[in-house]
Write a protein that binds this ligand. Structure first.
Ligand SMILES: NC(=O)c1ccc[n+]([C@@H]2O[C@H](COP(=O)([O-])OP(=O)(O)OC[C@H]3O[C@@H](n4cnc5c(N)ncnc54)[C@H](OP(=O)(O)O)[C@@H]3O)[C@@H](O)[C@H]2O)c1
Length: 293
């Protein structure tokens, strides 16, 4: 028989987690600070607990999905912490690596097993084969509950024993995502200023995306190998990138567009060029994105 699971927090993501657990056949107990938001889940088969304490007492595995770690900490204290002794807490709230390691220390001091996860998906991906969740912490606790995790997302991965690793990878991947999203906002601003239809932008992006994907993969590979100088396989050195970048900046100046995003790019380009990397591979910029100062 599948284990009962408690889910604390039934916002957009928590509700998706609950539906996936119910679909996989887990008895699922839910608690939410605003009770009305949890009640629709009863119609889907969940048991709505009136307090955190009762929710925690109803299962051996407790998934937490609230806004942030301070909210989690406020929920899991006092009598609730006592009720958690010997149970497994799976924190799926987004947080920092050090935040997860701190919760790990708290859990160890209270006799609680702890896994920390980072959800790399929107709620519509939860319970599907493409739902990605990264989990860090004790491998044995993960392996014992792999079926439950697989119900939440087909692409579930244990990324290491260090509790901070899932959140660290989350932040690294989000940095990549925001690069693309802020780039898209910049692109939209240019299109609007130049009266380019956004449908046209969408069509051109579909054609250009594979080129960008290839450049990102190449950048990661070359940086990992330390191949920062230009060589026979260099796709593009800094020089043509910086020239093309000047065209963008000039267009933006003429159209009086906000420069906040491109000023950041410019500062990094300039530091690298001043250090003599104009004719090196674009990967040379990686040296200017590490520790500040
Ligand atoms: N949505 C996504 O696409 C997505 C993707 C990846 C990761 N995540 C992560 O999943 C977590 C939840 O996100 P969400 O999209 O579900 O947000 P949401 O819809 O805003 O829900 C937030 C949940 O946290 C609860 N909450 C907030 N502060 C609380 C407190 N002090 N004490 C108790 N409960 C508290 C809310 O309770 P009330 O209903 O009472 O306000 C609600 O259940 C976040 O850490 C988010 O980063 C979300």
């Amino acid at each position: 028989m599948k284990p009962a699971i408690t889910v604390l927090g039934t916002g957009r993501m928590g509700s998706a987690l609950v539906h996936a657990l119910l679909k996989a056949g887990h008895r699922t107990v839910v608690w939410n600070r605003t009770l009305e938001k949890a009640t629709p889940l009863a119609a889907a088969g969940a048991v709505v607990a009136p307090s955190v304490q009762e929710a925690v007492e109803a299962a051996e595995i407790i998934i937490v999905n609230v806004t942030d770690y301070p909210a989690t900490a406020a929920l899991l204290r006092g009598d609730v912490a006592t009720a958690l002794r010997g149970k497994l807490v799976v924190e799926l709230t987004s947080g920092t690596p050090h935040g997860a390691r701190d919760v790990g220390k708290w859990a160890a001091a209270h006799g609680v097993s702890y896994l920390d996860g980072a959800i790399m998906a929107t709620p519509d991906f939860i319970g599907t084969e493409h739902g990605t969740i990264l989990v860090s912490g004790p491998r044995r606790a993960f392996d014992r509950n792999e079926d439950m995790f697989r119900a939440l997302g087909g692409n579930i991965q244990h990324v290491g024993e260090d509790l901070g690793l899932a959140n660290a990878q989350d932040s690294a991947l989000l940095a990549l995502m925001w690069g693309a999203l802020f780039g898209a906002l910049q692109s939209i601003a240019v299109c609007r200023a130049e009266r380019i239809d956004l449908g046209e932008l969408a069509r051109q992006w579909t054609a250009t995306a594979p080129v960008v994907e290839g450049l990102v993969a190449d950048l990661i590979k070359r940086t990992a190998a330390g191949r920062l100088a230009a060589d026979d396989e260099t796709l593009s050195s800094l020089s043509p990138h910086y020239s093309a970048f000047q065209h963008l900046v000039e267009l933006m100046e003429v159209r009086k567009l906000d420069r906040t995003v491109v000023d950041g790019y410019d500062a990094i380009f300039r530091r690298a060029i001043a250090a003599g990397h104009l004719h090196d591979d674009f990967a040379a910029l990686s040296q200017f994105m590490g520790k500040a100062g």
